[in-house]
Design a protein around this ligand. Structure first.
Ligand code: 0X9
Ligand code: ZN
Length: 324
């Protein structure tokens, strides 16, 4: 057995194994795709879940992304929980069965596997956040994926130009191998000029927050965000926060970020989307590395919010009583 700081958490090879096992157990419901390779050459895996997952349907799609930040391993467990909930619920739970008949659900269980493997490579956690790709002119490795997205990249003092920084934005938008692959994946979900993905959650830890765009400005309504669009994010965010007990707020209320996935998914792709900062609420309960015995409870806590979002995926604006 390889060394691991807490074997109750799932390593990347185990994630791939579990996804393959799930696809074998539920061939109708689970379809896996490799959407690229990490810098170190690991397969980047996307899992599509629907009642006929092998077939690309003309249906609203929902995207769940996990572990842009390596030191947030609870988010990988969240991905596994979503996949188990949906596959076990099909045929036994009426709401889930109907959702799988009317949606296509994408779970990308670990978008930064190189970071995760390094983070878990010793018997103590390595507190590693970024990717592991070298930077020209520096000994410091990696880019903060959540500062490397191609909308208002580096605009607003919400990231660093120093490769030593944990919020290093990279030398250019989408310069991180893993961000480019993920952005290409999202762009690839466009069909007939329309983005099929309507709604998304990007999972992080920690803080127990439900966050919505924009992160680059404190303004609610601004270039690229009209009032109805803001209100839709807020209403959906508050609805989800009612079920999990997290605090709902605009992401810039936490702090200003630029080049985040949230801002890009909304401004570039028109996807109504959220960042969840999972358990714990504070450093006292383990920070990025709570003991693995919290996994069951803290992932189950987001079942309702996930199902809520899937429910609104046909028309997120319905929550404020709009058709568009
Ligand atoms: O800083 C981040 O990327 C996220 N927090 S974390 O502690 N997981 O690193 C917050 C991102 C919030 N999203 C935006 N501000 N757009
Ligand atoms: Zn994070």
């Amino acid at each position: 057995e390889a060394m691991h700081p807490d074997p109750g958490y799932t390593s990347y090879p185990e994630v791939v194994e579990q996804v393959d096992a799930l696809a074998a157990e539920y061939p109708d419901l689970v379809h896996t795709e490799v959407y690229g390779q990490s810098y170190e050459g690991r397969d980047l895996v996307a899992v599509r879940i629907s009642d006929d997952a092998a077939v690309d349907q003309d249906r609203p799609e929902v995207l769940f992304t996990h572990s842009q930040h390596a030191r947030e391993p609870l988010t990988v467990e969240m991905a596994l929980h979503i996949m188990e909930m949906l596959t076990e619920g099909h045929g036994s739970d009426e709401q889930i069965t109907e959702l799988l008949e009317t949606r296509e659900i994408w779970v990308l269980p670990n978008t930064n596997p190189d970071g995760t493997e390094f983070d878990q490579s010793e018997d103590a956690w390595q507190d590693w956040r970024k990717t592991r790709e070298p930077n020209e002119g520096s000994d410091a490795l990696g880019t903060d994926m959540n500062r490397n997205w191609a909308y208002n990249w580096g605009c607003c003092n919400g990231s660093s130009d120093d490769p030593e920084s944990i919020t290093y934005r990279g030398h250019a938008p989408e310069s991180a191998t893993e961000v480019e692959a993920l952005a290409d994946f999202v762009r690839g979900r466009e069909a007939d000029g329309e983005q099929q993905i309507t709604t998304a959650i990007d999972f992080h830890t920690f803080g127990e927050l439900v966050l919505w765009p924009f992160g680059h400005t404190y303004d609610e309504v601004t270039d690229g965000m009209i009032q109805d669009e803001y209100d839709t994010h807020q209403a959906l965010g508050e609805l989800m926060a009612e079920s999990n007990g997290y605090t709902p707020q605009q992401s810039s209320d936490l702090y200003i970020t630029d080049g985040s996935i949230n801002d890009w998914l909304w401004a570039d792709q028109g996807i109504v989307n959220f960042t969840f900062e999972m358990y714990p609420s504070s450093m006292d309960d383990g920070g990025f590395y709570p003991p693995s015995d919290v996994i069951e409870e803290e992932t189950a806590r987001n079942e309702e919010p996930v199902l809520d979002l899937l429910g609104y995926a046909d028309c997120p604006y319905r929550i404020i009583g709009e058709e568009e």
